[in-house]
Design a protein around this ligand. Structure first.
Ligand code: ADE
Length: 422
């Protein structure tokens, strides 16, 4: 077991220089967050706060961490997935003085050990992606909750769980649902997941997508992004859904919609993006074609039931990085990418910096809001204010050199005039 007293734990500090270059690259593509860094470094908006973060250790996250530190906070960090840490980035953060506990390929036990080390900081603010840190405070270290002013949550799955916790009266401090900002879910979840998931599939397999039957389980924003990008590559997209409105949207996007029981036998590539467990199970593996590729882009690794696959498997070998070949007893081969964990982060680099720019600007501004008014916020899951969404989108447009129109006074009056009609 790892030593509990280490100031940081990463795979290899010698990777720091490579990580530093990656972070420089990301900083050059995250102008909104960098502008916030400049402003809040001057204001020291987070001075006196202690921020524990549990979020994928990527080059984009490093830009967020450095921004939080620049604004005056004390920080401790862990990754939020055992396979998503970029070891060079973790090394660069450790070399820069950040207490970070993250390495690629950590076990589940080490994962919770790392979270516990960040809690040694006695945080006043928590920042989550998937809610494992906030659950750790509530379930394993409840004595720490009273010191916490508030938390933020990055992802759909985490927000669902926190809303359930709040409804059950179990939540102990206010949380801001960063995921539910329009400048997060309508960009990161769609365009980020679409591009990075295909990137992960291609890095792990290098297969031709054109002409393939590409099955997307779940037509929420993440599934929508994957389907859109796969279609753009010439794949025949098949969507599976449980929600009628989502299925209908998939149909009107021009995708074929089938139950998974039917899609299983015709798919060449399967990606799950549902947030639900047991989306692909034994009876689906039993029908799959020889050579089928299976992966997941949902937060947890329970969407594909790998125990079911193991029960059918005669032998397994890693045929390429992040690509395990399961030879079944009947001779068929099924390929599982990134061990059923987030394919975009485990087999590629996660969403591109340009899109994380807005997601993490929302994270940062939410921490500032909590630092300023957290003690007066009711214990509940809070949305990002609409004004913040519009401000961030406006800033992003400016950095892209895109101008837009403004309503005239007369148009503003017209917008609220319920008396005028035909
Ligand atoms: N989630 C998806 N992509 C990510 C990235 N690049 N960094 C951090 N979290 C992410």
């Amino acid at each position: 077991m790892v030593n509990a007293k280490l100031p940081y734990k990463v795979a290899d500090l010698a990777l720091a220089e490579a990580g530093r270059k990656r972070i420089d690259w990301a900083e050059s593509r995250m102008p909104v967050l960098m502008a916030l860094r400049e402003e809040h470094a001057k204001r020291q908006s987070l001075k006196g706060t202690r921020v524990a973060g549990c979020l994928h250790v990527t080059k984009e996250t490093a830009v967020l961490v450095r921004t939080i530190v620049a604004a005056g906070a004390e920080v401790a960090w862990s990754g939020c997935n055992p396979l998503s840490t970029q070891d060079d980035v973790a090394a660069a953060l450790a070399a820069g003085g950040v207490p970070i506990y993250a390495w690629h390929g950590m076990s589940v036990e080490e994962f919770y050990w790392a979270i516990d080390r960040t809690l040694d900081l006695h945080p006043t603010l928590t920042l989550d992606d998937g809610a494992d840190l906030i659950f750790s405070v509530h379930n394993r270290h409840p004595e720490l909750a009273k010191e916490v002013v508030g938390g933020t949550e990055e992802t759909t799955t985490g927000v669902h769980r926190l809303r359930a916790m709040a409804a059950a009266g179990a939540l102990k401090y206010p949380v801001i649902a960063v995921n539910d900002a329009e400048t997060k879910w309508d960009f990161d979840n769609v365009f980020g997941t679409g591009q990075s998931s295909l990137d992960g599939i291609l890095r792990a397999t290098s297969v031709l997508l054109a002409g393939k039957n590409f099955v997307v389980a779940g037509f929420g924003h993440c599934g929508w992004g994957c389907a859109m990008r796969a279609k753009g590559q010439g794949a025949n997209v098949i969507c599976t859904e449980v929600k009628p409105t989502a299925a209908l949207k998939a149909v009107l996007h021009g995708h074929r919609v089938l139950p998974m029981d039917e899609a299983a036998s015709i798919g060449d590539i399967f990606i799950t993006a549902t947030g639900m467990k047991d989306v692909i199970v034994k009876r689906h593996f039993e029908r799959m074609k020889d050579g089928a590729i299976v992966c997941n882009t949902g937060h947890y690794d329970c969407e594909i039931n790998l125990k079911d696959l193991e029960a059918l498997t005669a032998s397994v070998r890693e045929i390429r990085p992040n690509c395990d070949e399961h030879v079944l007893r009947d001779g068929r081969r099924i390929y599982v990418l990134a061990k059923g964990r987030l394919v975009n982060l485990a087999a590629a680099e996660g969403h591109p910096s340009e899109v994380m720019d807005m997601s993490f600007a929302n994270q940062f501004l939410s921490l500032v809001r909590l630092a300023q008014e957290g003690r007066s916020l009711p214990v509940a899951v809070h949305d990002i204010p609409e004004a913040q969404d519009q401000e961030l989108a406006g800033l992003k447009l400016k950095t892209l050199g895109v101008g837009i129109d403004a309503l005239t006074e007369d148009q503003i009056r017209y917008a609220s005039d319920y008396a005028s009609g035909t």
